[in-house]
Design a protein around this ligand. Structure first.
Ligand code: HEM
Length: 532
């Protein structure tokens, strides 16, 4: 082909591209059913807008600032709306005709079956939840508690070793909590000892989980990029294969054991494996195992790391909590689930305030009306009629920092959770109404039939760990680490400028680093740990 033939071809293609782009722009800005919703121009045009911030792991911050600029509802991508009100939260997540949004299809990566978290079909989800949910009930947690406690003991012994008198070794709490989280969930999933707290072999797991979650979050916001998954998976092939091998050997080893050898997910679902629609398909064990490790290991680690951060920076809160723990229990053996632990109201308030300040689930949890319900009643969110095919969602980070519900929202204040008894003096002055409002807005585990199944486990693990740490130790920020240790940097204008806020990266769940703390032994209490 000579250059006289090439030139007209190039011109034709260029003109065709320009016309298509103009058509696309017009259809998204002028004729689209969401055209009247506010939002950044690029967001209204292309999924690349949220995709870009998802790649940079700061979509939660961008979303927060967009709400300040555009108001409580905005168009975050051509076919997506996000809301920042309690009414919207309830209209979306408590609506029985709503299911997970199409974006969850991209979160399946290359797995043959969806897991419980990305199952879109409501019947498929119900079937999975019926079996998997049983491993995570309060009752199941009571049986599992001794195993969880033995893993927490290992955590405490590591802190004990770091706390050399006069010369303590600084501990990066995020890392240590991630190891604890992975070890606990390995035991609950398949009675498997990853031993990441004490050995190197499986310490790559938290890194692989973070990398997978980041890719998932990116694809969910910019589905076009999911076609790159095969390439990206090849680039990270070594780690992916190692993780795959670890999960396979975990499942195989467990299946070779007696069903009741451990109290774990396997012992609960074993009789239903291979029963298809009446139970679980054999191939479903794999995605559920991975989901368990991802959902159960990292989220509790985020809560505990963030709580260490806020306690180490708020001396008055630290002292109130330490006093509560040290006066409620007479010995470390008494720190287990039950009425004494439940009576520690300030501990619960500290955990809730941590979950509010730094929610471990940073992603926008997309939902849409199920196709079978299109054409029936309109889907209405906070007074807006949502066109079929539109994905809608709430950002928990933005909702929990909405000043209307949580005044001084960037201040760590466990006291906001200590309301007076219903009908008490404050109820008359209106305090009760305020606390009802914040409780409605506070949904770190979400609400509705897709709410977190692991809530009892998360509270138990965080409560036992923090209470026992404060029983044995005092802790503080390591010398020279105050500014770096997980804190925001004053002067930054991208939402990371608050020194009192624990910094999280949005990767669907949350990635984080620090705080770096030193642990000092408390009187002679630590001797019990050495004896054990
Ligand atoms: C502080 C800790 C935790 C937080 C804040 C949290 C939060 C959440 C949220 C917001 C969801 C909904 C996700 C979505 O809509 O896509 C969810 C789902 C889920 N979480 Fe958690 N989670 C935590 C700990 C755990 C633990 C320890 C487990 C144990 C394995 C767990 C298991 C699950 C499961 C199985 C689902 C899917 C539920 C369903 O779709 O039926 N989570 N979690």
């Amino acid at each position: 082909m000579d250059s006289r033939q090439v030139l007209p071809l190039i011109i034709t293609y260029t003109v065709a591209c320009i016309i298509s782009l103009l058509f696309l722009t017009a259809s998204r800005l002028i004729f689209h059913p969401l055209r009247n919703y506010p939002g950044p121009l690029l967001a209204r045009l292309t999924d690349a807008y949220p995709g870009y911030f998802a790649i940079r792991k700061c979509l939660h911050l961008k979303t927060y600032y967009n709400f300040q600029k555009y108001g409580p509802v905005l168009r975050q991508a051509p076919n997506r709306l996000i809301f920042n009100t309690i009414t919207a939260l309830h209209d979306i997540y408590l609506n029985p005709k709503v299911t997970k949004g199409d974006s969850y299809r991209s979160s399946q990566l290359r797995a043959k079956y969806p897991s419980i978290i990305n199952a879109i079909d409501r019947d498929q989800h119900r079937r999975k939840r019926k079996f998997i949910g049983q491993a995570l009930t309060e009752r199941s947690m009571r049986s599992f508690e001794p195993v969880m406690s033995s893993q927490i003991d290992i955590f405490l012994k590591i802190l004990l070793r770091s706390s050399r008198k006069g010369n303590p070794i600084p501990v990066n709490v995020s890392k240590q909590c991630q190891y604890l989280g992975v070890d606990v969930i390995g035991m609950l999933a398949f009675g498997h000892q990853f031993k990441t707290q004490t050995e190197d072999s499986f310490r790559f797991i938290p890194q692989v989980i973070d990398a997978m979650s980041w890719r998932i979050n990116t694809y969910m916001h910019f589905p076009l990029l999911s076609y790159l998954e095969n390439v990206l998976a090849i680039l990270g092939k070594r780690q992916v294969i190692r993780f795959g091998d670890a999960v396979t050997s975990m499942i195989k080893a467990r299946m070779a054991q007696d069903k009741d050898a451990h109290h774990d997910l396997y012992s609960i679902v074993a009789d239903y494996i291979g029963k298809g629609q009446q139970g679980l398909y054999r191939g479903e064990l794999w995605p559920e195992a991975i989901l368990f490790i991802m959902a159960g290991g990292t989220t509790t680690a985020t809560t505990m790391s963030a709580m260490f951060f806020y306690l180490s920076r708020n001396p008055a809160v630290y002292s109130t909590l330490a006093t509560e723990i040290r006066s409620t229990f007479k010995s470390a053996d008494e720190i287990h689930s039950g009425s004494q632990l439940n009576s520690c109201k300030y501990l619960r308030a500290c955990i809730d305030e941590t979950l509010r300040m730094s929610p471990p689930s940073l992603a926008i949890l997309w939902r849409q009306q199920e196709a079978r319900d299109h054409g029936n009643d309109p889907f209405i969110v906070d007074g807006h009629i949502i066109p079929p095919g539109t994905q809608v969602g709430v950002s928990l980070y933005s909702l929990f920092h909405n000043e209307e519900y949580f005044p001084n929202s960037f201040t760590f204040m466990p006291e906001r959770w200590l309301d007076s008894p219903v009908g008490g003096e404050d109820a008359v002055s209106g305090h009760e109404t305020v606390s009802t409002t914040i409780r409605k807005a506070f949904v770190p585990f979400l609400i509705g039939d897709r709410a977190c199944a692991g809530k009892p486990m998360a509270y138990l693990e965080a409560s036992l760990t923090l209470a026992r740490v404060l029983w044995f130790f005092d802790f503080e920020v390591a010398p020279g680490q105050v500014e770096s240790s997980g804190a925001g940097k004053p002067g930054r204008t991208d939402g990371r400028g608050r020194p009192d806020e624990f910094q999280l990266d949005d990767i669907f769940v949350a990635a984080h680093d620090g705080p770096t703390l030193i642990f000092n032994r408390r009187d002679d209490f630590w001797r019990t740990l050495e004896r054990d």
